[in-house]
Write a protein that binds this ligand. Structure first.
Ligand code: AQP
Length: 359
C-alpha cells in the first residue's frame, strides 16, 4: 500500500489490475431478498447454482438480504416470516448450512458499515444508470427511498466484505455486478491498494432469465401483482400444472431448431425452463419435441416441474415447523461470517484513515 490517496473524485474509467484476484481465496457470495415467496426464477437463476457451487473449489456464503428488502416497504411481520421461509428455501434447495455459511444480512453489521464507505466511493452518475432502479422507481423517482437508489452500493459491500471472487446470479443482476467491480477498482485506485478483488459474475445455465408466464417480455418476479405470472416454490402440484397450462404461448408447434423460437419469447421461455429443470440444453429440448404442439409439451413440462419442485416445497414446509432451528442456523452463520467480515472492515477503516479503538 502507498500513502498517496489518488484523486477520490475521479469518475473516469480505471483499468483493473492485470492479474485480478490472484491473491484472494476463491470465495462465492450471493444473496436473495426476503421480499416475498421464492419463485422458479429465483430457483433456476440462483438457488440451483448456489447448491451446485458448494461442491466446487470455493468457500460459499449465502445470504438473505433483509436490508435490501426494506428499500421498498415491507410489513415487519411478513419480513420476519419471509426471511425464515427463505432460509428454509435455501436449505430445501440443497444448501448445507454446515458446508456453506448461511446468514441474514442484518445480523452481520459489517455489510452496512462497508456500504457507507462505498456510498462515498460510488458516483451519482453510476447509480443513475442502473436499470433496476429505473424499473422499480418508474415515474416515481422523487418518492422512492434513498435506499433504493443506493441499493447497488450495499450490494457491492455484501460481496466485497467477504472478498468474494465469484458471484452466481441471474442475468438481471449483471449491471449491479459491473458496478461492484467499478467500486472495487476505484477504491483500490483511490487508496493505492490491491485490497478488494475484482469479482467475477457467474451467470450460467439454460434459464438465467426466467420470464413471466403471462408476458414473455417481463422477468418472472416475486413482486409481480399476478400470481399466475410465476411459479412459487410453495405452490402445490395442482397450482403448478394449472399455471403452466394457462401460460401464454402461441398456436405454432415447436420448431426443429432454436432459431425458430427467435420471435416467440413465451415459447422460448417454456423451453428454457424445461431445459434447466431437466439439466438439458435448450437445443436438446427442441430436438426432442420438434413438431409437437404446446398441448403436448405443457403437460410434460408440468410433470417435470412438479417432480423437481415438490420435494423442495415439502422440505420447506417441514423446516418451517421448527423456526427455532432456523433462527439457530442464522445465528451460527452470522458468527462464522463475522470471522471473515470483521477483519476486512477493520482493514478497510485503516486504509481509509479512521482512528481505531485502543485495545
Ligand atoms: N426471473 C428470474 N430469472 C432468473 N434469475 C432470477 N432471479 C430473480 N428473478 C429471476 C435471481 O434471483 C436472485 C435473487 O433475486 P432477488 O430476490 O434479490 O431480487 P430480484 O432479482 O429483484 O428478484 P425478484 O423475484 O424480481 O424480487 P423482487 O420482486 O422483490 O424485486 C438474483 O440472483 C436474481 O438474478
Amino acid at each position: 500500500m502507498t500513502d498517496t490517496a489518488a484523486n477520490p473524485d475521479a469518475n473516469s474509467a480505471i483499468k483493473p489490475a492485470t492479474r485480478p484476484n490472484a491473491n484472494f481465496t476463491p470465495r462465492v457470495f450471493s444473496g436473495i431478498q426476503p421480499s416475498g415467496g421464492l419463485t422458479l426464477g429465483n430457483y433456476l437463476g440462483a438457488l440451483k447454482r448456489f447448491a451446485e457451487m458448494q461442491g466446487e473449489a470455493y468457500q460459499t456464503v449465502y445470504c438473505m438480504v433483509d436490508l435490501h428488502a426494506i428499500t421498498v416497504w415491507q410489513n415487519p411481520a411478513d419480513l420476519r416470516k419471509n426471511t425464515r421461509e427463505l432460509c428454509a428455501g435455501f436449505i430445501a434447495s440443497g444448501i448445507d448450512p454446515e458446508q456453506s455459511i448461511l446468514i441474514n444480512q442484518s445480523q452481520v453489521p459489517e455489510h452496512a458499515q462497508l456500504a457507507w464507505i462505498f456510498n462515498c466511493v460510488a458516483r451519482m452518475g453510476w447509480m443513475q444508470r442502473m436499470t433496476q432502479f429505473k424499473d422499480k422507481a418508474g415515474k416515481n423517482t422523487q418518492n422512492v427511498s434513498l435506499g433504493l437508489f443506493a441499493y447497488p452500493a450495499l450490494m457491492a459491500a455484501d460481496i466485497l466484505i467477504y472478498h468474494a471472487t465469484h458471484v452466481p446470479v441471474g442475468e438481471d443482476q449483471k449491471q449491479h455486478l459491473e458496478l461492484t467491480r467499478d467500486v472495487a477498482i476505484k477504491f483500490n485506485h483511490d487508496y493505492g491498494v490491491d485490497f478488494f478483488p475484482i469479482t467475477e459474475p457467474v451467470i450460467e445455465g439454460a434459464a438465467t432469465r426466467v420470464m413471466s408466464l403471462r408476458d414473455g417480455s417481463k422477468k418472472m418476479s416475486k413482486s409481480d401483482p399476478s400470481d399466475m405470472s410465476r411459479i412459487n416454490l410453495t405452490d402445490d402440484a395442482d397450482a403448478i400444472a394449472q399455471k403452466i397450462r394457462k401460460a401464454k404461448t402461441d398456436p405454432d408447434p415447436l420448431p426443429e431448431t432454436l432459431d425458430g423460437l427467435a420471435d416467440r419469447p413465451e415459447a422460448r421461455n417454456l423451453v428454457n425452463i424445461y431445459a434447466a429443470l431437466a439439466d438439458m440444453t435448450a437445443e436438446a429440448v427442441v430436438a426432442e419435441y420438434a413438431g409437437q404442439q404446446f398441448g403436448a409439451f405443457k403437460p410434460a413440462l408440468a410433470d417435470l416441474a412438479v417432480a423437481r419442485l415438490s420435494p423442495i416445497s415439502t422440505e420447506m414446509a417441514r423446516l418451517m415447523n421448527d423456526q427455532a432451528e432456523i433462527d439457530r442456523i442464522l445465528s451460527r452463520g452470522a458468527e462464522r461470517a463475522r470471522e471473515i467480515t470483521a477483519p476486512i472492515l477493520k482493514k478497510t477503516y485503516d486504509i481509509v484513515g479512521m482512528v481505531p479503538p485502543v485495545v
